[in-house]
Unconditional design. Sequence first.
Length: 259
Amino acid sequence: MQIYCLPALETNYFWLLQPDPKSSDAYIFDPGDAAPVLAALKQRELTLAGIVLTHHHWDHTDGIDELLEHHQVPVYGPHSTRIPQVTQPLAEGDTLELGGTQWRILATPGHTLDHIVYYRPDAKPNGVLIAGDTLFAGGCGRMFEGDPERFQQSLDKLAQLPANTTLYCSHEYTVANLVFAQAVEPENPDIAARLNSARKKREQHQPTVPSTIALELATNPFLRCTQAPVVASASEYSGCSQDSAADVFAVLRRWKDGF
């Protein structure tokens, strides 16, 4: 299985999946623009076999119609009136087969209420998670439609996946996310080391993703809402003690939004 990174728009990454190197079939995740997808298909001599979506935001869906003009393929995605092009709606607990690979569907409301992610536990050597805008390298998506408790539960669901799971997210926000993470946990050496590494990669115009669940557990404040230093920072920022992981998450999300 090959997953190709397609930088697009200002900060997006589209992920092009080739399940079998012996086949030219490929699937695109969250195409907010058709042009880089069509170019990548031509360059790699691949044939689009399907479009796969995590949620309804324009930068994940605006390329669908143009792609369908060139390729009559199924469109997989969440149940959402905001994405009328979906031909095969998916929900929590469903399984999706893409070119012989099996993907579990996990509902992760919070960034949007319709958000789903795609998890392949049997990918070798590690499992694979296509997380859209729910979980970022060093951060998480803004809370546009959900509530803190629901979003925190979605993140906790992903945090419980095997630590060696490879995380593919949809935006290059890592440096900014880690600068915030360091403000939350200034004494965390893992954050300092990761921030230094991410800055070097960006200076060389390299992507900072994919990541791993283990790395996020060590450095991402939104997955560390029960850790004492994070709770203490959230309490200090808000001016009152926080009683639950959801409360800590709410403070962190509000803090990051204005950071």
